[in-house]
Write a protein that binds this ligand. Structure first.
Ligand SMILES: Nc1ncnc2c1ncn2[C@@H]1O[C@H](COP(=O)(O)OP(=O)(O)O)[C@@H](O)[C@H]1O
Ligand SMILES: [Mg+2]
Length: 269
């Protein structure tokens, strides 16, 4: 039995393209035939809006698993289908304040390992909050790898350092399987010397092979989100669509385990 590959998209800073990357990579993988689940763990995040999905009051969400009285299996009941074949979503609860949250680091991993989820998907993408709380730690504890979108700006380095510290902590304690997939510069403009400098310094610190080419600044990414569509549907010829396609190809090249065996179109056959 193959298990899904679990990728967490994280940075300890907000506004670094985590949600945009999670939504568009999930869409790209599904368009190419993967069976993909996107889990939105950010109470301020809006992955659901990226697919034009509204969350109604009382609907099950990703955050239900962190409540003290939650039953194992509740995450699977929160899955909704997007209008993109092969892509399912677990929305966030924007009213979750964490006050009665459990402190268990392993809660998400156990939910994702249940057959209702692990046999149904090839790829699980976790969109995470920037705050250092139990939600982010659960994501890191559950994942096979972490992908870090970064703004190529001097002020963004602290968020990256904090995330890397957490990465080492988790990788040397609860999740020895966790790997650093690498960094995706977003809102990139390589004509700016500063952007080049920041990317060079990341490359020196973490290795050239861990720096993806990145996503250029493209307003259509924000527009697509506003229209509730992944960029590949909203404007497949845009720079954003090209860059996310290329990113997924780079990821496939570097991580053969992302090349899935089953395709969602085979489900019914
Ligand atoms: N490559 C890009 N070019 C232009 N705008 C972008 C790009 N990536 C993200 N954005 C915009 O930047 C803002 C923050 O992105 P978001 O993905 O929500 O970040 P995070 O989830 O890390 O907080 C959003 O308004 C988004 O539409
Ligand atoms: Mg976000």
């Amino acid at each position: 039995m193959t298990r899904p590959f679990i990728l967490t998209i994280s940075n300890r800073k907000g506004g670094t393209g985590k949600t945009t990357t999670a939504v568009n990579i999930a869409a790209e993988a599904a368009i190419r035939g993967g069976r993909v689940l996107l889990v939105d763990l950010d109470t301020q995040g809006h992955s659901n809006l990226g697919f034009g999905i509204a969350v109604s009051k009382g609907q099950a969400t990703a955050h239900d698993i962190f409540r003290a009285n939650a039953r194992l299996g509740v995450l699977a009941t929160a899955i909704v289908e997007t209008n993109l074949p092969g892509l399912s979503l677990v929305p966030a609860d924007h009213t979750f304040d964490g006050l009665d949250s459990i402190r268990d680091m392993d809660r998400l991993r156990r939910e994702l390992a249940l057959p209702e989820i692990s046999q149904r998907f090839d790829l699980i993408i976790l969109d995470t909050p920037p705050s250092l709380d139990i939600l982010l730690m659960n994501a890191m504890a559950a994942a096979n790898a972490v992908l870090i979108p970064v703004l190529p700006h001097i002020l963004s380095s602290e968020g990256v350092k904090q995330l890397i510290r957490l990465f080492f902590k988790i990788a040397t304690s609860v999740n020895a399987d966790l790997k650093l997939m690498g960094f995706v510069p977003v809102m990139l403009n390589l004509r700016t010397g500063l952007h080049r400098d920041v990317m060079n310094s990341l490359s020196t610190q973490y290795g050239k092979e861990r720096i993806f080419r990145g996503i250029r600044s493209d307003i259509s990414l924000a527009e697509a989100f506003g229209k509730g569509q992944p960029i590949q549907h909203y404007d497949p010829k845009s720079r954003g669509a090209q860059d996310y396609r290329y990113l997924w190809e780079e990821m496939l090249d570097a991580w053969p385990e992302l090349r899935r065996k089953k395709q969602h179109s085979e489900r019914s056959s």
